[in-house]
Design a binder for this molecule. Structure first.
Ligand SMILES: *[C@@H]1O[C@H](CO)[C@@H](O)[C@H](O)[C@H]1NC(C)=O
Ligand SMILES: *[C@@H]1O[C@H](CO)[C@@H](O)[C@H](O)[C@H]1NC(C)=O
Ligand SMILES: *[C@@H]1O[C@H](CO)[C@@H](O)[C@H](O)[C@H]1NC(C)=O
Ligand SMILES: *[C@@H]1O[C@H](CO)[C@@H](O)[C@H](O)[C@H]1NC(C)=O
Length: 168
């Protein structure tokens, strides 16, 4: 086989792989020196009008990850053959910004860098107790999000974490 043919074959194969992983399944696991959260899965709990917040749990929830557009989402079936799309995003604005799923897509560009989830290029996330979430789950469980750089220290516990993305 000529070298040019080999090259063309390699390009074709690479193209096929890229297309195949466009919407792959992703699950998230926490990595931290703190053993209370290390290796815990990210799972979401309903806390408002179609809003789910993420906590350090035993199970890792599965999402679809379009690695081309940087959108992470899942289809939620609501019965009667109806469904809607929930987007993985960040609740912007406060001192503690919750990682959430919501029917509204935000503009965060999600990616996987060295195996870790990044949002707009940052891989710094936190597991926090005492966030004042609506149902007070964070009194007992670690809620996942971003702590704003100059946030006042009003939380029960703030643990820096990285989020490992297991693409399948
Ligand atoms: C991507 O995959 C997820 C999980 O399998 C699914 O819920 C979602 O609807 C898919 N998104 C697209 C755009 O196909
Ligand atoms: C859902 O769709 C299937 C196939 O189109 C149909 O057979 C079924 O009756 C539908 N169910 C409801 C609750 O609409
Ligand atoms: C990421 O950047 C977009 C575009 O600037 C912005 O709308 C979005 O809020 C940012 N997300 C985070 C988590 O900072
Ligand atoms: C959560 O805690 C706050 C403050 O202690 C309290 O006012 C509120 O009623 C609690 N919410 C629930 C759902 O228990």
């Amino acid at each position: 086989m000529q070298f040019s043919t080999l090259l063309a074959t390699a390009v074709a194969l690479t193209g096929a792989t890229a297309a195949a992983i466009q919407n792959s399944t992703v699950k998230f696991t926490i990595e931290s020196p703190n053993q209370d959260v290390n290796n815990k899965g990210l799972s979401s709990i309903h806390e408002g009008a179609a809003i789910n917040y993420f906590f350090a749990g035993e199970a890792s929830e599965a999402f679809g990850f379009d690695t081309k557009t940087g959108v992470i989402s899942k289809t939620v079936e609501i019965g009667g053959n109806q469904s809607y799309e929930e987007f993985f995003g960040i609740q912007q604005g406060g001192n503690f910004q919750s990682l959430q799923t919501s029917p509204t897509q935000d503009n965060t560009k999600w990616a996987v860098d060295n195996g870790y989830l990044t949002g707009n290029g940052s891989d710094s996330f936190f597991a926090v107790k005492g966030t004042n979430d609506p149902y007070n789950y964070s009194e007992e469980s670690y809620q996942i999000g971003i702590v704003a750089p100059h946030a006042p220290n009003v939380y029960k516990e703030v643990v820096p974490i990285k989020i490992k993305a297991n693409l399948q």
